[in-house]
Design a protein. Structure first.
Length: 355
């Protein structure tokens, strides 16, 4: 079955609302058809972060469901269940992070009984992962004219993914000490306000075509959400105005956001790469990385609380001993009410750490 994919380029996508089986009488058929026509479309997102972005756009006009909604679940190593398959089968639109981050969700979409439209955040951000996700990138490029993203270059120029994020985005790894396929750049695009904006626009465009009666509501909600993202961008700019600061991270989780805030990530590339392996960083690499803390080279340590291990704990202990602030971040909303408040809280933490 060929999966319809909306990647870096998107536009009109046909969404089907499944019809219940016809009964033997015309009256029942009419009733069933009317009931199904009134049913809300369903949007599935792999994590609660992307579900929150979708909800900001669709509001109460569509149902939004997700698999990863608990802070103790790691999206990288998550193993999909029969329940997850059923969730995806309900959806006419599937939002994945992409870049190897949540391949399990992409595979569920591929095998779904319907042909869901897939919105891939990494691709929408203009990041080319090649064959990292093992799916056909050919599908979805037909939307070139509709979105005016000629192979994603317009967004690349605006956000300068290839150059402006040189240090943070060249890192490949995660501090999970297990293997998975991913982009050659940082796939944690849910911390990239520009990428999130592109996903919100894609949701609004796709849903407007699928549910034209509510098109105005989707477009208005997307504009309102963009306004909130702009406020977060301004918050990051205020941090940037303080002058150059440096950070160390147990995982390249929020590098896009750090870039917006003018904070330079000094995490050694060797540390990031070796953390991707089963054995983790070597003794020398760990010592060299910790020296950035003990020598006072960084202004704060960023910790992914969902992937803590002895290696990250060692760095955290060193930071506390040195009096360097530790900023705790997550890959899920972790109790936050929505995406905007979640990122706002992260920026507040960073701001307070640098005061």
């Amino acid at each position: 079955m060929k999966l319809q994919t909306v990647g870096a380029l998107f536009g009109a996508a046909a969404l089907a609302v499944s019809m219940s089986a016809c009964s033997t009488t015309n009256d029942t058929q009419t009733k069933d058809a009317a009931g199904d026509a009134a049913a809300k479309p369903t949007v599935y997102a792999s994590t609660d972060v992307w579900a929150s972005v979708a909800k900001a756009v669709v509001g109460d006009k569509a149902d939004v469901i997700t698999s990863i909604d608990q802070p103790n679940l790691d999206p990288h190593s998550y193993e999909a269940s029969v329940k997850d398959k059923k969730l995806v089968n309900q959806a006419s639109v599937v939002i994945v992070n992409g870049g190897g981050y949540d391949d399990w969700a992409l595979q569920l979409a591929k095998s779904a009984g319907k042909k869901p439209t897939v919105l891939n955040a990494v691709e929408l951000a203009g990041i080319d992962c090649g064959d990292a996700e093992g799916h056909d990138h050919e599908v979805g490029h037909e939307h070139e004219d509709a979105h005016e993203h000629e192979e994603g270059h317009e967004h690349e120029e605006a956000h300068e993914h290839e150059e402006a994020h040189e240090e943070g985005h060249e890192h490949e790894g995660h501090h999970h000490h297990h293997h998975h396929h991913h982009c050659a750049v940082n796939e944690h695009v849910f911390y990239d306000l520009h990428a999130v904006s592109e996903v919100a626009k894609a949701v609004a465009s796709t849903m407007s075509k699928a549910d034209s009666d509510n098109a105005a509501a989707y477009q208005d909600a997307a504009k309102a959400f963009q306004g909130k993202l702009d406020e977060l961008e301004s918050q990051a700019e205020q941090i940037k105005a303080r002058g150059e600061k440096h950070s160390l991270a147990t995982e390249p989780l929020a590098n896009y956001l750090l870039e917006d805030a003018g904070i330079h990530d000094l995490t050694p590339e060797e540390y990031v790469e070796q953390s991707e392996t089963e054995s983790g960083p070597s003794v020398k690499t760990q010592a060299d990385t910790k020296a950035l803390i003990t020598d006072g080279k960084v202004d704060m340590l960023l910790l992914n609380s969902q992937t803590e291990d002895p290696v990250s704990q060692d760095l955290q202990d060193a930071a506390k001993a040195k009096g360097i602030p530790v900023v705790t971040l997550t890959e899920t909303l972790a109790g936050a009410s929505d995406y905007v408040s979640w990122i706002g809280a992260a920026l507040d933490q960073i701001d307070n750490a640098l005061k």
